[in-house]
Design a protein around this ligand. Sequence first.
Ligand code: SF4
Ligand code: MG
Length: 315
Amino acid sequence: TLDLAERAARMLGATVRELTVHAVDGVDLSIRKGEVMGLVGESGCGKSTLGRMVAGLHPPSAGQIRFRGRDVASLKGADAREAALKVQMVFQDPMSSLNPRMRVDQIVGEAPRVHGLAGSGEIDAYVEAALQRVGLDPAMRKRYPHQFSGGQRARIGIARALAVQPDFIVCDESVAALDVSIQAQILNLFMDLREELDLTYLFISHDLGVVEHISDRIAIMYLGRMVEQGASEEIFTAPNHPYTQALLAEIPTFATTKKTYSAIKGEIPSPIDPPPGCHFHPRCPHAFERCRVERPALKEIAANRYSACHLNDMS
Ligand code: SF4
Ligand code: MG
């Protein structure tokens, strides 16, 4: 699965950077210290691009990323380095994000060594502590990634992120490649680490079911725009936006035991030439004339509850 910007860039033969601004358009997201923010949307909705911007891996061409209240782009020297280290990313597929020619101790120890967080004599202890935290036997530290199971590789990816003692972790589809039972183990690990280390997470997934139990709040994106945000429980008990309702209809346990909503119809449209008005209108069961011409603004519809749908103006 490719991100919106990547997909668009391939089709146009342009560079990803030039199209970034279209990948994430007018998105406002603030994450409080200690909370888990789930970010959900279909492949190509711009959620990974947003995650990479938050993690400092992809500079926004417009707008700001603020960390602890300060615009990250304006930071210099030690402040910039500190901000970069405090926000770490755990990637989608451990097999492709772990260098196959590096041993686990080299993978986990690389960032602390490069950034001078540990002297050469201390790296081993650093690596051991990181591996123990994620439930891996430090005795396995001389092995290579292919000698581990998928779940263990996910743990290695997490240990690598933890090795620089971050405050904030961006998880991009971090459990998507795993079997369901292993997914649950890794999600539990994320939650244990949150308690132990006082972490904050932006947890990105295409699967609303995955983020349900771990998120305090959930943000839903569609074709580069934020369509709904709210407390996790409210999103699940009273989804406002027709797109959120459609995503819920795709979760088997939800669809059978709770309210029924229409499943989503049709393919996700081209990110290069998204539908006018509300991007969701060709797939929305409630679309009406205004939806085809006017973009719905993200409005506060209740306390700390936001949705971008014209239907909210009619009730
Ligand atoms: Fe559907 Fe219109 Fe609301 Fe968009 S604005 S979600 S098309 S009802
Ligand atoms: Mg992605």
